[in-house]
Design a protein around this ligand. Structure first.
Ligand SMILES: [Zn+2]
Length: 360
């Protein structure tokens, strides 16, 4: 038992050290609540001052109240399209995208992937809020190769490079995003499609479906829709053998009334199953542990400042800041679901799975 705690503490000390090294730039979410970030649970079994060979002060217990922990709160799934010039309704400039990441980081948000959200695997530090990044359409500015000094490099102003650069400077922000692509030419450089898809998956990004040819499903017959959905999976697996496409971003956000064949089906022998189906607007998604969570209709927040009518990224950042009961705030432990007592009735026992519910 002691060794276990000891190694947990050593890990924590290493983490603390690396945080210190990056000090000036890093903001720990827990600091915002006046608490140090430490693995929850561990300290409850803390051997106390007797653990003599550890010079540092023992970490404090997680104070749910002080951190405003609320794992029944909402989670922003941000929707991006093109990254490039000039700024437009469906285009974010590289500098504005950098600004968004900085604003999220400063406000205590940390990246999780769409698949993590679907799995209810939310592993961000205590006091932090998870956020999901999604990119629709596979535009050129999301992932572009350029030649520099005779070498092929990733364009430093495309989304992939900006995310990697931000992660290098802020490793605790995390690195995750899902690219909802369609065919024939995702990211618009036909000669590099294979290389790009492989790279994305190796880095830990995800590929989602945006239909085979961007077909608007509500305007198609079920058979035509099955072709759009099945062919996307078939084509993706030709590039990435065995890759499981788990989520779908509805082109134009239009959702057919009968969603059953969109969730699951097959086309010419290729089965597909979309555990998550994403809409276009206009609010953060319910916590995956609540009865309100409907994975077949997940709302997204537009990461834009043009024509967002009070429902864009910065509107929601402010709204969630001012209405803490709306915002998902983690206790730092993915195996527990900690909620203020008055919100406990919103928790869906089925979605809770093997996690422990802790009302406080
Ligand atoms: Zn689209």
């Amino acid at each position: 038992m002691y060794n276990y705690i000891h190694s947990r503490r050593r890990k924590f000390l290493l983490l603390a050290l690396s945080l210190l090294l990056a000090a000036a730039l890093l903001v720990s979410c827990s600091d915002a609540g006046g608490r140090s970030a430490a693995p929850p649970g561990g300290e409850k079994e803390d051997p106390g001052e007797g653990g003599a060979d550890i010079p540092e002060e023992p970490a404090e217990e997680i104070d749910y109240e002080a951190l405003g922990v609320n794992e029944a709160g909402r989670i922003m799934i941000l929707m991006y399209h093109e990254i490039g010039e000039p700024e437009d309704v469906w285009c974010r400039t590289p500098d504005n995208f950098r600004k968004d990441l900085e604003a999220l980081y400063e406000a205590g948000y940390r990246l999780i992937s769409m698949n993590d959200l679907l799995d209810g695997h939310i592993d961000v530090p205590a006091g932090c809020s998870p956020v999901v990044l999604t990119f629709d359409d596979g535009n050129a500015g999301q992932f572009r190769y350029i030649e520099k000094d005779g070498r092929l490099v990733i364009d430093p102003d495309c989304a992939v490079a900006i995310l990697e650069e931000f992660y290098a400077a802020h490793p605790d922000f995390g690195l995750a995003a899902t690219f909802y692509i369609y065919y024939d030419n995702p990211f618009r450089q036909q000669e590099y499609v294979q290389q790009k898809l492989q790279y994305l998956v190796e880095i830990g990004f995800e590929i989602g479906s945006h239909c085979y040819t961007h077909g608007v499903l509500s305007r198609l017959s079920p058979e035509e829709a099955r072709r759009e959905l099945g062919m996307h999976v078939k084509r993706t697996q030709e590039y990435l053998p065995g890759y499981i496409v788990r989520s779908l971003a509805l082109p134009k956000g239009e959702r057919p009334k009968d969603i059953s064949y969109v969730i699951e089906g097959s086309y010419e022998g290729t089965p597909y199953r979309h555990e998550g189906i994403l809409l276009v607007g206009a609010e953060p998604a319910p916590s995956p542990f609540t009865v309100k969570f409907d994975p077949s209709a997940l709302p997204r927040v537009r990461a834009s400042e043009i024509d967002v009518e009070g429902y864009g990224l910065y509107d929601w950042l402010e709204r969630l800041q001012n209405n803490p009961q709306l915002r998902y705030v983690s206790d730092g432990d993915p195996n527990t679901v900690v909620v203020p007592e008055e919100l406990a009735e919103q928790i869906d026992r089925f979605r809770l799975g093997s996690r422990t519910l802790i009302p406080y």
